[in-house]
Each structure stands twice: as structure tokens, then as C-alpha cells.
Design a protein around this ligand. Structure first.
Ligand SMILES: *[C@@H]1O[C@H](CO)[C@@H](O)[C@H](O)[C@H]1NC(C)=O
Ligand SMILES: *[C@@H]1O[C@H](CO)[C@@H](O)[C@H](O)[C@H]1NC(C)=O
Ligand SMILES: *[C@@H]1O[C@H](CO)[C@@H](O)[C@H](O)[C@H]1NC(C)=O
Length: 474
């Protein structure tokens, strides 16, 4: 008989057979979170917190309007913030925390959706920015938060359940032995030719060449599909999504093509999977899955979000960018780090491992899914992140006290803000997961329901709560 735990987490039985070196711990992830906050001066009194919050409300960074308030479980932000799809997804995620058992505390923070993180120096250095990736590693500014592609965490868990069911039904030995990836290779060729907003032709060429890292990595990996088809199945999902850079017209000294790559770039249609988009649970047909850097800037890719759940061996293409849980990752334990020259040998090495060692890799990957990237894991991280922001900047002293909150929203000049309120929804706003490009578009078009409001409305509610508590007029 299997241990009782197998019902709750069917993959745990694997662990018994595996040689997992040490118990799973999230300590390193939270240590990095603490470290990243240390660069911002601590705020230690209620008066100082009042000034800190007033400044944050009055100086939303103009290009982003990126300040969010979470008050009594409702998310407030600028309407223009929600115009960006990824911001919508972030708000949906925060709005679903309570449904996952983590009531978000009162907090005010800034959020930037860009995959490159935040490298603009210290213009607003008092107020940390939540970023979803750090392009150059942990030294970059900002505080790491999960990327928006988990959407509403209830929808994410529903999708994970579909993946886990398939993973369980497909034992490793019966799977396709090749390493798998599907996606887009989207060169910046047309940007170089048309984006007048990026300066002269020479400036554009330099700018977009610097952004080619992700497409370069993708072409490197896909070129091995042509060179070693028995081991590598790395392809684009359509002809339209397979447009490698034309190296003759747009050379990039930093990203030279080798022979494999030049051949692949000349025959992009050979890189196309005619089956088209692959539904996420179907990634469980493979023993080994690969993550490649994002196509736009070569930073994180949303593809990785679901790879940990597959019961496969995970391979990560070497790069400097980091996400919030990367402090928990280790080459040879949770995944294998690969590049163009090491990929084929790594695949052979995986096949040559004793069963127990290979199983250990899969178990460690599955732990990342179960403890960190699951709905519960993400909700726990947001809870801890918000608690730390509150502690570092004494936010509770103002936001949790209705009288102090009323004083703040009466004093703050909100005239630059076009505020809306997003109340937590009883059900996930994102109903179906991408089963194909059509679904993907519908999902991307989804918008959280936002009601117009303003600082005065927040002030009045807090004032009434202050009076109801018998503390008079704030
Ligand atoms: C590729 O990975 C191998 C093994 O980790 C390493 O020795 C090599 O330096 C890497 N190559 C490049 C170009 O980074
Ligand atoms: C398999 O795992 C054991 C225990 O961690 C380790 O000592 C051994 O070196 C591993 N073997 C290989 C081939 O990696
Ligand atoms: C409020 O801020 C706006 C700019 O956002 C400014 O034009 C206006 O003068 C400010 N009002 C007061 C009373 O300070």
C-alpha cells in the first residue's frame, strides 16, 4: 500500500524511491526577499509612515501610474494602470489571495510589469517597486513578485489540476524521450526597420540587437532540432511565429550565428510544428522539458510557470535573469542548466542516470510546483511580501487605524489619480485556460471589473469607522 500522503499529493510516492539530498525549504527565497528590502530606508514611526504614504500617493510615476492600495481586501489603482493587460492580471491575482486562504493585509506598493525589472536608479528610491524579474540578477533594484501569468490563482490551480492528472497518468518510462519546447522566435527585424521612436537607423539597430538575447537562445535551441532530431523537439507553433533574425541584413556582433543556426535561420519552416499550439497538460507527453528566455527582451518566460508540474526533468537555458523563487533552484537538484554546447550531453547524462537520481530531479522539480508555484505557494509568498512591506515601512500604523487612514486620505492630493476599486470576486474572472490561440486571445482580453472611486470616498469610509469606534472626528 502507498503511504496515505499519496492521496493528497500523488507524486509523493516518487520521493520514497528518490535520493533527495535534504528536506525542502523556502528559507533562501525569503532571505533574498529580506535582502532586497534592505536597500530601502526603514520607516519607524506612525508620523514617518504618514509622510511616506502621502508621498507615495501624490507622486505616482507618470509613465506608469503604478501605485496600488490594498485596503480591507479591495484593490485600488489608477484606471490607466489597468489599461495594460499584465497589470490586469496582477490585480486579478492579488484579488484572489483571500480565496486561497491568505487575507491580504492593508498595504500600499508600486508594481512594474516589465520583464526587465526596474533599473532606473533611485528616482523614487524611498518606495520599493515590485518587479516580476530582475534582468541582470539579484543586484537589480526592486522587490521580486510573481509574474502576472498565474492570473486568478483559482484558475491557475484548476489548470494545474488538469496538468497533474495527465502527469500522473503518464509514467516517465512511457514518455517521449526528447526534450520539448514550443513557442515563438520573433526577431526584431521589423522594429529595426520601422520604429522611428527609437532614433536613427543605427541607434535602432543597436537597441534592438541588445534585445535579441531571447530570440538568439530560442534559435540556438531550435537549431539543435535540425541537428539532432532524435533528441531535441524544440519548435515554433506556426510559420508566422518563426521569424529568426536575418543575420545578413541585421547583424548583431553580440549574437553571431554558428553553422547550425545559419542553416536553421534559412529554413524556418523546418522548425514549425504543424500541429500548432500544444495545450499545457500535453507537455506531459515528454520526459524532458526546456525553458528558454523570453522573446521580447530575453528575460523570464511565462512558459516556465507550468513546467514544474509535469513530472518531467526540467532544463533551464543559462541566463542572468531571476524570478522570485530562483533562490530555491539549484543545477543538478531542481533542474539542469544548459546552453547550446551542453544540451545534447545533458540529455544523454539524464538518460544515463540511475533511476533514483533521475527521480530525485523530478521530485525536486515537483516540490517547486507544489510548495512555491501552486496557488497556495504564490498566495503565501504574497502574504509574506506584504507583511514585510508593512513591517519595513510601518504601514499598519496608518492603514490599519481608521482615524489615521482618514487623515491620510484627507491630506493627500489625489488630483493626479484616476482611482478605481476592484473588489474580490466570488469566482475566478478567468474561466477557461488557453486551449489554443483563440482562447489565449479571449483570456488576454479579459478585464477585471473596476468601479470608479476617489480618495474622498476612501476618506469618508475611514472617517465613519473612526467615529463608530468612538474616537470622534479624525
Ligand atoms: C556551456 O555550459 C558548459 C557546461 O556548464 C560550460 O562549461 C560552458 O562554458 C558553457 N558555454 C558557454 C558558451 O557559456
Ligand atoms: C546519485 O545520487 C547519489 C545520492 O545523492 C549520489 O551519491 C550519486 O553520486 C548520484 N549518482 C550520479 C550518477 O549522479
Ligand atoms: C495637487 O496636485 C496637482 C498636480 O498633481 C497640482 O497641480 C495641484 O496644485 C495640487 N493641489 C494642491 C492643493 O496642492
Amino acid at each position: 500500500m502507498r503511504p496515505a500522503a499519496s492521496r493528497a499529493a500523488p507524486w509523493l510516492w516518487l520521493a520514497a524511491a528518490a535520493r533527495v539530498a535534504s528536506p525542502f525549504s523556502t528559507r533562501a527565497m525569503y532571505a533574498e526577499l529580506d535582502r532586497s528590502l534592505e536597500r530601502y530606508a526603514a520607516v519607524e514611526s506612525a508620523d514617518a509612515a504618514f509622510a511616506y504614504l502621502k508621498d507615495l500617493i501624490e507622486r505616482p510615476e507618470h509613465s506608469y501610474h503604478n501605485t496600488l492600495f490594498v485596503l480591507d481586501g479591495v484593490v485600488y489603482c489608477d484606471r490607466r494602470f489597468l489599461a495594460t493587460d499584465k497589470n490586469n492580471k496582477h490585480v486579478a491575482m492579488v484579488g484572489s489571495l483571500a480565496a486561497l486562504g491568505v487575507d491580504p493585509p492593508n498595504v500600499v506598493y508600486r508594481f512594474i510589469y516589465g520583464a526587465e525589472g526596474y533599473n532606473k536608479g533611485d528616482a523614487l528610491a524611498r518606495h520599493p517597486v515590485l518587479v516580476i524579474a530582475k534582468y541582470d540578477g539579484y543586484g537589480d533594484a526592486g522587490v521580486l513578485a510573481p509574474n502576472p501569468y498565474f492570473l486568478d490563482l483559482r484558475a491557475w490551480d484548476e489548470e494545474r489540476r488538469r496538468i497533474l492528472a495527465k502527469a500522473h497518468a503518464r509514467p516517465y518510462g512511457g514518455r517521449d524521450g526528447r526534450v520539448f519546447w514550443r513557442g515563438e522566435i520573433a526577431s526584431h527585424d521589423s522594429d529595426v526597420e520601422t520604429r522611428a521612436d527609437h532614433g536613427t537607423a543605427a541607434e535602432r539597430a543597436a537597441f534592438f540587437c541588445a534585445e535579441e538575447g531571447g530570440n538568439y537562445a530560442r534559435l540556438q535551441a531550435a537549431s539543435l532540432t535540425l541537428a539532432a532530431p532524435a533528441k531535441v523537439d524544440v519548435r515554433c507553433v506556426s510559420r508566422h511565429s518563426c521569424r529568426p533574425r536575418d543575420a545578413a541584413r541585421h547583424p548583431c556582433a553580440a549574437y553571431p550565428y554558428d553553422g547550425d543556426m545559419a542553416r536553421a535561420a534559412n529554413r524556418p519552416k523546418d522548425l514549425v510544428d504543424r500541429g500548432g499550439f500544444v495545450d499545457l497538460p500535453e507537455y506531459t507527453r515528454y520526459q524532458k522539458v526546456l525553458n528558454l528566455p523570453g522573446k521580447t527582451t530575453g528575460s523570464y518566460s511565462r512558459n516556465l510557470n507550468h513546467l514544474w508540474a509535469l513530472g518531467a526533468v526540467v532544463l533551464l537555458w543559462e541566463a542572468n535573469y531571476v524570478e522570485w523563487y530562483y533562490p530555491l533552484l539549484a543545477h543538478g537538484e531542481t533542474h539542469l542548466a544548459v546552453n547550446k554546447s551542453s544540451l545534447l550531453a545533458a540529455l544523454d547524462a539524464i538518460d544515463a542516470l540511475p533511476d533514483a537520481n533521475r527521480t530525485a530531479l523530478r521530485v525536486r522539480a515537483k516540490e517547486i510546483d507544489d510548495r512555491v508555484v501552486s496557488g497556495k505557494g504564490i498566495a503565501a509568498y504574497f502574504g509574506a511580501l506584504f507583511d514585510r512591506l508593512r513591517a519595513r515601512f510601518s504601514l499598519g500604523a496608518v492603514l490599519d487605524d481608521p482615524c489615521a487612514r482618514a487623515r491620510l486620505f484627507r491630506a493627500a492630493n489625489c488630483s493626479a489619480l484616476d482611482l478605481v476599486a476592484v473588489a474580490p470576486a466570488a469566482e475566478s474572472f478567468f474561466k477557461s485556460w488557453p486551449g489554443g490561440p483563440g482562447h489565449m486571445r479571449r483570456l488576454d482580453a479579459a478585464r477585471v471589473p473596476a468601479a470608479p472611486t476617489d480618495c474622498n470616498a476612501i476618506y469618508k469610509r475611514a472617517r465613519d469607522a473612526c467615529a463608530a469606534a468612538g474616537r470622534g472626528d479624525p
